[in-house]
Write a new protein. Structure first.
Lengths: 248, 167
């Protein structure tokens, strides 16, 4: 049983159905920007004429995360079973997200070696990402012990990054599960980076606490790690290294 | 090459590839980065595979050799293909690190030979493992002695590149 290979296969499998990011030439970009600006100006004029220029615009009604504890039917999710929403949130750039738990019968490779064992899949789903590709973003499958539950409840870290279209703001969403006794989850780096959040309880039907930390990427933070702290402020583990683009 | 064929390649070669990269880099994190990047790059560039130039595994190991070369030059594993596909490199647990070390020990010369083109593999087996003369191999293969020497040379060169030795 191995977590890495199963998780990587899941990543590749979900990526094969996504279109790769397009490389846009500078000329095309300038043309598109000019067209977008012209369209925006036209819309502003139309809006001002219709509203008399005094009424505020209504906020956009985008998708919202399902409440924690929601059970999503199997035909609505790309998993082997129905899914349970164990955590959710809205990140500034990534948008609404939710962590979903589903069951798996396990998987073997063509040589019969176990890719991941019967157990659970934990996946984060982006509901309205700025790149326009909603769906499962990252996660892994395996026996409960392999998903950070090995010292029930355990500590796990996943990470995914989203790049906003121009002006290309970039945000990484670091998420995972922490022990019940975790008071805080903290990201630190030798350069002074420090982000603290309180983990949220999951649904009553499944044990554990969860966290999702949006990290705005403005530059690399070499040596950045994530850890959990107990009620005395003591680190609960040696921490887990973060990945690019947060660190290198 | 279809995405399904890439998936098949992954299932057949992911562990051996990881072991090979671990053997070369001696760093499980780097080996994991390079393994993920190699398969992501294979998925991105699958349209560029040409069967007449070699087997899928040869093509795959060629990608890995390029990624290794980049890693040696830059000092870090690039993540261009992963970023393009929005693939996250899964974190390594302690069990994963142990598994990478075990896989590195499993990579044998015989396993690496399997990744070579058939003509180079046959020539290397005959010359290096069976200690047969070039002339004898040439007669058996129905080619010139020079061709056999070239296959052995290219095969050894590929093996050196794969296990990290200098040319």
């Amino acid at each position: 049983m191995n977590d890495f290979f199963g998780a990587l296969e899941l990543e590749l499998r979900s990526a094969r159905d996504r279109k790769p990011r397009r490389h846009v030439s500078a000329g095309t970009l300038v043309g598109t920007l000019a067209a977008a600006l012209a369209l925006a100006a036209a819309l502003l004029v139309t809006f001002a004429l219709r509203s008399g220029g005094s009424e505020p615009a209504e906020p956009a009604a985008g998708p919202r995360p399902d409440p924690v504890g929601t059970i999503i039917p199997k035909d609505k999710v790309p998993y082997e079973s129905r899914a349970l929403v164990v955590a959710n949130g809205i990140a500034p750039i990534t948008g609404p997200w939710q962590i979903e738990l589903s069951r798996t019968k396990g998987e073997r490779d063509t040589n019969g070696a176990v890719m991941w064992e019967r157990g659970y899949c934990v996946t984060i789903r982006l509901l309205d990402p700025p790149n326009g590709r909603p769906g499962p973003s990252s996660g892994s499958c395996g026996a409960p012990r392999s998903l950070g539950f090995r010292k029930t409840p355990g500590f796990s870290r996943y990470q995914g990054a989203v790049v906003h279209p121009p002006p290309r703001k970039q945000e990484a969403l670091v998420w995972g599960r922490v022990p019940d006794r975790a008071e805080k989850v903290v990201i630190t780096a030798p350069d002074g980076l420090r982000i603290e959040v309180r983990p949220e309880d999951g649904p009553k039907t499944f044990p554990g606490r969860w966290y999702g930390i949006p990290v705005r990427v403005r530059g690399e933070h070499p040596g950045a790690r994530i850890n959990w702290l107990d009620k005395h402020g003591q680190p609960g583990s040696r921490g887990i290294r973060l990945m690019p683009p947060i660190t290198r | 090459m279809s995405p399904a064929e890439i998936e098949e390649l992954y299932r057949l070669h992911a562990r051996r590839m990881a072991g090979y990269l671990m053997r070369v880099t001696r760093d499980a994190e780097v080996a994991a980065d390079l393994t993920a990047e190699t398969f992501a790059a294979a998925l991105v560039s699958r349209g560029g595979y040409r069967a007449e130039l070699g087997s899928p595994s040869t093509w795959l190991y060629g990608i890995a050799a390029n990624k290794l070369s980049d890693w040696r030059r830059r000092g870090y594993a690039e993540d261009r293909a992963r970023r393009r596909l929005q693939i996250e490199r899964p974190p390594l647990s302690e069990a994963d690190v142990a598994e990478f070390a075990r896989l590195a020990d499993e990579v044998t010369a015989d396993a690496l030979l399997e990744e070579l083109p058939a003509d180079q593999r046959a020539a290397l087996r005959a010359r290096v493992l069976d200690d047969r003369a070039y002339g004898e191999i040439a007669v058996a293969e129905g080619v010139s002695e020079a061709a056999v020497r070239q296959r052995v040379s290219r095969g050894l060169s590929s093996l050196r590149a794969r296990i990290g030795g200098e040319r």
